[in-house]
Design a protein around this ligand. Structure first.
Ligand code: FMN
Ligand code: SF4
Ligand code: SF4
Ligand code: SF4
Length: 353
């Protein structure tokens, strides 16, 4: 099982409450282990799976209630890297606008923090706190006057939902413009954050990032672009407060692997990497490399490169895709569409003539 299959299989897990697979396992907690992998925390996943014997996992698979077929827990466990030894956990404490926060993970104002009981449960689960952006019933049409006050503001939360239209969602035929959120808005949010973090009219303004944060890797992207913390709504609506476990553990594992001891040290560290498109090096390319053993000859890479790329892949009756180096521009469309992960990437090398 390669990395792509590992993730796809982990994502098949239904993330059951009171999971039958774990009830069937004598020692470990396979449901928690597969949840860690689902949320990009392979380090913890490997540690947790190591507590389950082959027999335990066989029993867990038999007990799995997946509607299609049992999640392949044994294969996931085998595909994970050897569990890394436990190291000291770096603290995730961070200051935001004069407030000392236990970690950088907050709930975003919405349905996930509607009342006292919900907030209490979230704090109990490990969330550092809650942000309320708008708490009123009036329509908010125009926020630009608020920017006049920016020079006096200590911080900004961004983004909110992205205005959108969902056909098929109506009340007796009447529709409204509503808000789009979740993973799809993350790149939009990151662009706004990056531009605000670099904007010279807002020096010293502290940023709280929102938009599609689901895993610790998402949170890290916001932090590296200048946020001191992140807020989460949609992922909590989808998966529950429990996702904070892997946000915390995953970020700590990452910091430990890099030898970083404070969240503050990573805030904005990726900002200097942004240049104008014209300033990118056009003389070198990262070429795709096909792994013949993993290729099943489906031809998807050929179709995409032919119709959406640079006609740099040939595909004949032998069903073997071949890359024509002189035509390839290194766009990696083929790498993205390959369903088996058979297309890897070379090192950056001078462009072939
Ligand atoms: C169901 C729902 C209700 C929301 N209600 C509010 C709200 O009352 N006030 C507010 O400022 N933002 C509200 N938001 C926006 C969220 O706080 C957040 O900015 C947005 O959903 C993007 O984050 P996400 O991708 O983690 O969901 C709401 C979002 C959703 C999905
Ligand atoms: S029973 Fe199956 S689907 Fe449910 S948590 Fe366990 S592995 Fe996942
Ligand atoms: S990297 Fe782009 S141009 Fe090169 S073979 Fe793949 S799809 Fe074609
Ligand atoms: S998309 Fe992947 S599996 Fe399909 S032919 Fe291309 S390399 Fe092979």
């Amino acid at each position: 099982m390669n990395q792509i299959h590992l993730k796809q299989e982990a994502v098949r897990c239904l993330l059951c409450e009171n999971a039958p697979c774990t009830a069937a396992c004598r020692r470990g907690d396979p449901a928690r282990a597969v949840r860690a992998v689902h949320f990009d925390n392979d380090v913890l996943g490997a540690r947790l799976f190591a507590a389950c014997s082959e027999k335990d996992l066989e029993a867990a698979e038999k007990a799995c209630i997946h509607y299609d077929r049992p999640v392949r827990l044994r294969d996931i466990a085998k595909a994970l890297p050897k569990p890394a030894p436990e190291t000291d956990r770096p603290s995730l404490e961070v200051d935001f606008c004069g407030l000392h926060c236990e970690n950088p993970f907050f709930l975003a104002s919405s349905a996930v923090c509607t009342n006292y009981e919900m907030v209490a449960a979230a704090l109990e689960a490990g969330w550092a706190g809650v942000f309320y952006k708008t708490i009123c019933l009036q329509d908010i049409d125009e926020v630009s006057p608020r920017f006049d006050a920016l020079k006096r503001a200590d911080g900004i939360s961004a983004i909110n939902t992205v205005k959108s239209v969902t056909m098929g969602a109506d009340v007796d035929g009447r529709r409204i413009v509503s808000g789009y959120s979740g993973s799809a808005v993350k790149p939009i949010a990151l662009r706004f954050i990056m531009e605000m973090a670099k904007n010279p009219i807002m020096p010293g303004l502290q940023l709280s990032g929102i938009g599609g944060v689901t895993t610790w890797k998402d949170a890290l992207d916001f932090i590296r672009l200048g946020c001191r913390n992140v807020q989460v709504c949609t992922a909590v609506m989808q998966y529950g407060y429990r996702i904070v476990d892997d946000l915390i553990d995953g970020l700590q594992n990452y910091m430990a692997s890099r030898g970083v001891s404070r969240v503050e040290d990573m805030v904005g560290e990726a900002l200097s990497g942004f240049v104008r498109a014209a300033d990118l090096d056009r003389t070198t390319v990262v070429y795709p490399v096909i792994d013949r053993n993993a290729c099943i000859g489906c031809g998807r890479c050929y179709v995409s490169c032919r119709d959406g790329g640079h006609q740099a892949i040939t595909f004949g009756d032998d069903r073997q895709p071949r890359i024509v180096g002189s035509k390839c521009v290194g766009c990696h469309l083929c790498h993205l569409v390959c369903p088996t992960g058979a297309i890897g990437l070379s090192k950056r090398v001078p462009k072939r003539k």
